[in-house]
Design a protein around this ligand. Structure first.
Ligand code: ZN
Ligand code: ZN
Length: 149
């Protein structure tokens, strides 16, 4: 969890990015960001409803859509049944996920730096051939978690 000062800085970034798309950083949105910071792992709508009982599910969902549009929240899905949300990696750092196709559990994983360099190199070669400018990549591993095996 970031130190208090870092959390303040994060809130400033979120407020600024929302303002760029003409949205205000309301108390409900702030509560969701605080939850995502403290959860330390991707959360579901059900997790949010449990942790923020006073925030209606429909509002939580709309806030998440706006926070995604502002580029501060990222949606992770194993399939249509399971959706999780986390802070965008431009705020937290580049990483990947293990997704359980049975229960929807999501685990953050960081791959070895050498692997990331090899992936970036291979991607830039493929992208060059298409005159495509790569910005980032995603790699989510689908499987069955320890609890579901
Ligand atoms: Zn599972
Ligand atoms: Zn990567």
């Amino acid at each position: 969890m970031p130190a208090h000062g870092m959390a303040d800085e994060l809130h400033d970034v979120v407020e600024h990015r929302l303002r760029r798309i003409d949205q205000r950083y309301t108390a409900g949105r702030r509560a969701i960001i605080d939850l995502l910071v403290s959860a330390e792992h991707p959360v579901s709508i059900a997790d949010i409803a449990e942790r923020l009982p006073s925030l209606p599910r429909s509002s939580a969902y709309r806030h998440l859509v706006d926070l995604q549009a502002a580029g501060v929240v990222r949606r992770i899905t194993a399939n249509d049944e399971f959706t999780r949300f986390e802070l965008d990696e431009n705020l937290t750092g580049h990483h990947h996920h293990l997704l359980c196709v049975n229960c929807g559990k999501v685990t953050d994983i960081t791959l070895p730096a050498g692997f990331e360099q090899d992936v970036d190199k291979a991607i830039s070669q493929l992208a060059d051939a298409e005159s495509f400018e790569p910005l980032s990549h995603r790699l989510d591993v689908l499987g069955v978690c320890a609890g579901c095996q």
